[in-house]
Design a protein around this ligand. Structure first.
Ligand code: TYD
Length: 208
């Protein structure tokens, strides 16, 4: 079986990063070669772009420009990290990917999913993941979980922005039910991890 490319998505505070780390640790314990990445970032250039995109203390930018920078970071990540790892037989796990751009820039910023998908096809080979786990949680509950100062340009957006982002994620899951699986993110970390693992086992069997 070809090594799978799996992404984890969700609104702020849904617990993606925690679950991504648990999946990576689970694979490590099973001796499965893997590569864990995050977006934006994951390459030398990508981490510089991440700082420009997230940090709100310096440069203002248009939503379209923001999207182009995210796609530039993604192109680097695909060509330099994701494809080589998959070709070497490693499972690739990425914390956020194209669905974040569809949800945040397409729905949240209002640029529209069609434009984002066309841009992704042109600039990133339309390289969709094999499976995307969407950790779904009401925006308010995610906010409560964060319990720390809001510290980037997106976290500080108004409530309505984050509602559009959640709607966007759910709409993508409705459009691409094969690729995008919504996982309820309420409950303890252990409970969510059991749901995550259930999805991964149903799709990829004994790797997990
Ligand atoms: P990060 O610090 O990784 O936060 P989180 O723990 O919420 O993932 O910040 C990533 C932020 O960037 C997050 O608020 C979502 C935003 N983002 C986009 O708006 N579009 C994208 O394509 C990506 C990858 C991230």
């Amino acid at each position: 079986m070809k090594a799978p490319f799996i992404t984890i998505e969700g609104v702020e505070g849904a617990g993606k990063s925690t679950q991504a780390a648990r999946v990576a640790a689970h694979l490590e314990a099973r001796g499965v070669p893997r590569l864990a990445l995050r977006e934006p970032g994951g390459t030398e250039l990508g981490e510089k772009l991440r700082d420009l995109i997230l940090n709100d203390t310096h440069i203002a930018m248009e939503a379209g420009t923001e999207t182009l920078l995210l796609m530039a970071s993604r192109r680097e990540l695909i060509d330099r990290a994701i494809r080589p790892a998959l070709e070497a037989g490693r499972v690739v796990l990425c914390d956020r990917f194209i669905d974040s751009t569809l949800a945040y820039q397409g729905y949240g910023r209002g640029l529209g999913a069609d434009w984002i998908r066309r841009l992704f096809d042109l600039s990133c080979h339309g390289f969709y993941p094999d499976l995307t786990l969407l950790l779904d949680l009401p925006v308010e509950e995610g906010r409560e979980r964060l319990r720390r100062p809001l510290n980037d340009r997106f976290e500080r957006e108004e409530h309505a922005f984050h509602e559009r982002v959640r709607e966007g994620f759910l709409s993508i899951a409705g459009t691409e039910p094969e690729r995008v699986q919504a996982v309820p993110a309420h409950g303890s970390g252990d409970e969510v991890f059991e749901r995550v693992l259930g999805c991964l086992r149903r799709r990829f069997g004994t790797i997990f």
